[in-house]
Ligand binder design. Structure first.
Ligand SMILES: C[S@@+](CC[C@H](N)C(=O)[O-])C[C@H]1O[C@@H](n2cnc3c(N)ncnc32)[C@H](O)[C@@H]1O
Length: 361
């Protein structure tokens, strides 16, 4: 676990700055639909934290309590920072923000952003924890807030392999059952880490699919690009865990209502809605395939390039890629661009989004 200390503590700085979405290492372009999602989550966090019994609370020793939050499946981008900033803005005292991510390649970019943020006058302590969002990473009753944006739809197959309850010995598990079990486990872990009155504010975004077997368009495109550029070396590419189709509101609320195995959290809000692909929607009005491909490829690059770089690093280390491999990465995105441009309709994403708020009781 690495910890970044604030470089310029300033509890009153106005941090209402633009939220940008994109890759940590590139100049980033605001993506309005995602930005609106994050702003909505940030508003929810602010209204929930105002009601926190621990805000500004003092330890029996008289020392003001440090308030803490974690963003699970944080990625490397500014989204997680926007959520922890929203938390910090509501707290009258010191804050600790934990960022959890399974992919260590995301941490250098995030660390740079957190440092820049603190140099701009933000404050608070920040710590990054590499691991699964299904693991308890912090002591019991140590957090005021657990957040997660656009991450929980990823099934953690490693966890399934080592034994989510009920799944250890099964190879024929059903994705939907596994998704239910993962959600329950996530809630149980969050509940252990949250203090009484602590809040959970999460948003799922997932490709819409009736059957659950529909392939994930961004991953398909990325794999086509890797095939084209890296050829047979692609066999070394291990696909990230399979994303699932989004839970319905009944499936999301089930663990809260289960009389036999209830999770010790109170469900306050569960809203599920369909979301149009913003890039395709724009294409329907401008009808320019190149512009659609530019925008959609930019988005794909933003979320996948650090993983691809990480994969190349491993490949060079293990000898199945030459050091020149990094230069080929741009070709992956060029191929994706060509695919999108030549058949825009084929690559239309359909998504669902769910926003859930719960409270530790
Ligand atoms: C679409 S990105 C969203 C990132 C970030 N929350 C945001 O809003 O930009 C999903 C992230 O979840 C991470 N992730 C997926 N499964 C995970 C797991 N089991 N534990 C921790 N992180 C995970 C991925 O590595 C990826 O960075």
């Amino acid at each position: 676990m690495s910890t970044i200390l604030p470089t310029k503590p300033n509890l009153t700085a106005d941090l209402d700055q633009e939220i940008l979405v994109g890759h940590a290492h590139q100049s980033v372009t605001p993506c309005l639909p995602q930005r609106a999602d994050i702003e909505n989550l940030a508003k929810l966090i602010q209204s929930e934290m105002k009601q926190s019994p621990w805000n500004n609370a003092k330890h029996p020793s008289g020392v003001r309590q440090i308030s803490a939050c974690i963003d699970r499946g944080c990625g490397s981008g500014p989204n997680c920072r926007a959520l922890t900033d929203a938390f910090r803005r509501c707290i009258n005292g010191h804050t600790m923000s934990y960022y959890n991510e399974r992919n260590p390649a995301d941490f250098p970019g995030l660390a740079t952003q957190v440092r820049m943020r603190n140099e701009q006058g933000a404050c608070g302590y920040h710590s990054m924890i590499c691991g699964s969002f299904l693991d308890q990473l912090l002591p019991n009753s140590s957090l005021d807030l657990v957040t997660s944006n656009a991450a929980l739809h990823w099934i953690d197959l490693d966890h399934a392999a080592v034994g989510l309850p009920g799944f250890a010995a099964r190879e024929d598990w059903c994705l939907s059952e596994l998704a239910d079990e993962q959600w329950r486990r996530f809630l149980t872990v969050a509940s252990a880490e949250l203090r009484t009155g602590g809040k959970l504010v999460v948003s799922f975004v997932a490709a819409q699919s009736e059957s659950g077997s529909q392939d994930h368009i961004p991953l398909r495109l990325i794999e086509f690009g890797i095939d084209k550029v890296f050829g047979t070396v692609r066999n070394h590419w291990s696909r990230p865990p399979i994303p699932i189709h989004l839970r319905t509101s009944e499936q999301i609320s089930a663990p809260f209502k289960d009389a036999d195995r209830p999770v010790p959290l109170r469900l306050k809000r569960c809203r599920v809605e369909s979301v149009n692909c913003p890039y395709f929607q724009a294409y329907e009005s401008h009808r320019c395939a190149t512009r659609y491909a530019d925008e959609f490829t930019g988005f794909l690059r933003a979320f996948s390039e650090s993983s691809l770089r990480h994969w190349c690093e491993l490949g060079v280390e293990q000898g199945y890629l030459s050091p020149g491999a990094f230069k080929k990465i741009a070709g992956v995105y060029r191929h994706i661009h060509t695919l999108i441009c030549s058949n825009p309709e084929e690559w239309r994403m359909k998504k669902h989004r769910a926003v859930v708020v719960a409270e530790q009781v």
